[in-house]
Design a binder for this molecule. Structure first.
Ligand SMILES: *Cc1c(COP(=O)(O)O)cnc(C)c1O
Length: 410
């Protein structure tokens, strides 16, 4: 990264003029925190006391024996507080907010996971919290909205545009412009204008630091390949950073293949051929957009991977061929999920299961003396309705045939 936050040709900070001072302040606070070893120590202590870090690296011999190739290890980010790696980022930014002396955080959320994590942090740190969410998502994600409110956050349903994530993002920006003196906008992934990608990647690097140490202890050498799912790219960047300096370790990002790359209904930015370079949401990356630069509708069974952009850091690593990209379809995800549950007693989030799919495809082709690591970004409990629907479980019919709006009406 250079001074202005470019990774090769990707990234940057395309901000409205009024936010200039706020971004200057944020860059300075982040640089000071990075230069202060006590800050990182405070962060690690917080994560071990409040969020079960270090998370285990679980050896999955049942799966490895089944596929008959590489030894399989699973990095258990599902065991974080609130059930995913998102806790690493929100708690880290929370410490930074306290350092800057701000009293309020805002965030936007699609599926609601980032909203719940942010509301949790705000409760713990005594910060005011407003979460923006498209009206359609508020209806679809009723349980998450319930918890955000019980944790003390204000959830604002956004009724403009398509009433989903990108409209919520616009509203959050509008709020920030009016409130930046006492408010921090807590971006949930390694995207957005500089310094957000660098900052979120830094907090998530705790995953890779731990995983590297753990695989050396448990396996005696580095893994041959590391797999992670890619929505915005934060869990992937988190674990990849532990191995980036070792070119012999192959890094594989797995995007949402949805109904298949040929269907157009997917969120494969770097694995497919549908994305093109663009500037939107304050940064430059490969976006799924039409010829006029309008963002396309994406599709994935995993809400957390259903996003038009991707981390500028990953776009750079893709261009440099340091990270290889593939996509897993919704159907493949359901197969890998069932196998993992039955063989290891582990329920990965639908997002994380994308990484399992690609690892399962490659494991049999690898040597028995090699190891692979799958980053399990989160737990699947939140996906109960979707999974029940996909497996056609009749006992859940009453819930899953209702549209989101009908839940909201109850
Ligand atoms: C949000 C989420 C993701 C996608 O976000 P990244 O920034 O790509 O990591 C992946 N897995 C889980 C469990 C999530 O909640």
């Amino acid at each position: 990264m250079n001074k202005t936050g470019y990774y090769g040709q990707w990234g940057g900070a395309f901000n409205p003029e009024v936010l200039y001072e706020t971004f200057r302040e944020l860059r300075a606070a982040f640089a000071a925190a990075q230069a202060d070893p006590a800050f990182w120590q405070e962060y690690v202590a917080l994560m071990s006391n409040y969020s079960c870090r270090p998370t285990p690296l679980t050896r999955a011999d049942n799966l490895a024996d089944h596929f008959g190739g590489a030894r399989i290890f699973i990095k258990r980010e599902d065991l974080n507080h609130t059930g995913a790696h998102k806790a690493n980022n929100v708690m880290g930014q929370g410490l930074l907010v306290k350092r800057m002396g701000k009293k309020r955080v805002i965030a936007e959320t699609g599926a609601g996971q980032h909203g719940v994590a942010t509301a949790t942090m705000a409760a713990r740190f005594g910060l005011k919290c407003t979460i923006y969410m498209g009206e359609d998502d508020v209806a679809r994600q009723r349980p998450n909205v319930f918890w955000m409110e019980k944790l003390g956050a204000t959830v604002v349903p956004v009724t403009s545009g398509s009433r989903t994530l990108k409209d919520a993002m616009n509203e959050a920006y509008r709020d920030w412009v009016a409130s930046m003196d006492d408010t921090h906008y807590l971006i949930g992934t390694v995207c957005g204008p500089h310094p957000f990608p660098a900052m979120v990647a830094w907090f998530q690097s705790i995953i890779g630091i731990e995983a590297r140490k753990q695989i050396l202890e448990q396996f005696g050498k580095l893994p041959a390949r590391v797999f992670a799912c890619v929505g915005g790219g934060s869990n992937a960047m988190g674990i990849f950073q532990g191995f980036l300096a070792n070119p012999e370790v192959e890094l594989i990002g797995v995007e949402a293949g949805g109904h298949g790359l040929a269907s157009g209904q997917h969120a494969a930015r770097l694995a497919g051929t549908d994305a093109s370079p663009g500037v939107a949401q304050g940064y430059k990356t490969m976006f799924l957009q039409d010829d006029d630069g309008q963002m396309r509708d994406t599709h994935s069974v995993a809400a957390g991977l259903d996003y038009v952009g991707v981390s500028p850091i990953l776009a750079d690593l893709w261009e440099k061929k340091r990270v290889r990209f593939s996509a897993a379809t919704d159907a493949e995800v359901m197969g890998a999920l069932e196998l993992t549950m039955k063989m290891e007693g582990i329920i990965p989030a639908l997002e994380s299961t994308h990484a399992f799919v690609q690892a399962f495809k490659e494991a049999p082709t690898m040597g028995k003396d090699e190891a692979l690591i799958i980053n399990m970004s989160g737990r699947g409990d939140k996906d109960i309705f979707t999974i029940a629907h996909a497996f056609n479980d009749p006992s859940w019919k009453a819930f899953i045939t209702k549209k989101g709006r009908e839940y909201a009406a109850e």
